[in-house]
Design a protein around this ligand. Structure first.
Ligand code: COA
Length: 190
């Protein structure tokens, strides 16, 4: 894999997360705890910049092992959230994407655009065949992302995620390489 850096437009860029991003990312998490906690299982376990640094180190190991990577999303020079591949399933040529954004950077299309870049990379560069996104059934804003990108709805993963004290059901969405290729021109016009 070459250096990971996606320039989406003059305001938005994605870069491989580095340990030096840990303090800024941790302070973003601090400012968004109750909001992030509603849908993400790791928030309560991220208690310090050092925890975040250790997590970024583990992501880097994942990247070095050729199992996929995670990027920070910068908007006008500010880090706003992250997007990453879960470990790539090379045997079955597929990967799942996960993401989060600070509350006050919602509504600008940052994540839809970041997903588009990571999906294109998964198909064009990594030559994968399938990209999955799983969202809790109640997470309307997250579900809107695969829907906006014309993913197929594959079904419900009952009690697919444990969030601190309860299970949530997940909607499973997917995009296949062939379908992405077909609708790429249409997506660019959206
Ligand atoms: C899920 C999450 C990333 C969605 O954020 P979001 O801001 O709704 O998503 P986007 O950045 O793609 O922005 C889409 C919004 O920007 C608008 N927008 C503006 N310019 C846009 C553009 N160029 N392209 C697409 N959408 C654009 C869209 O209309 C949409 O607004 P709407 O919801 O009012 O219709 C965010 O809510 C979040 O991080 N939540 C907490 C953590 C979480 O749930 N993570 C996912 C777990 S599965």
């Amino acid at each position: 894999m070459g250096p990971i850096h996606f320039i989406i437009d003059q305001d938005i860029e994605l870069r491989l997360l580095a340990e030096q991003d840990a303090p800024a990312l941790f302070s973003l998490i601090e400012q968004n705890r109750p909001y992030l906690r509603e849908w993400l299982p790791w928030v309560d376990y991220t208690r310090s910049a050092e925890d975040e640094r250790a997590f970024i180190r583990s992501l880097y190991e994942q990247y070095k092992g050729n199992h996929g990577f995670a990027c920070g999303i910068w908007y006008q020079g500010q880090i706003t959230g992250t997007i990453g591949y879960h470990p790539i399933d090379w045997a079955h040529h597929k990967v799942e994407i996960g993401y989060w954004l600070a509350a006050n950077y919602q509504g600008k299309g940052l994540m839809t655009n970041a997903c588009r870049a990571m999906i294109t990379y998964a198909f064009d560069t990594l030559k994968l065949n399938r990209v999955e996104i799983r969202c809790a059934t109640g997470n309307i804003r997250s579900c809107a992302i695969p829907q906006r990108l014309d993913f197929k709805f594959d079904g419900i993963v009952k009690q697919g995620e444990w969030l601190y004290d309860h299970f949530v059901d997940l909607f499973l969405y997917s995009m296949l390489a062939g379908d992405w290729e077909k609708q790429r021109d249409v997506q660019h016009e959206k």
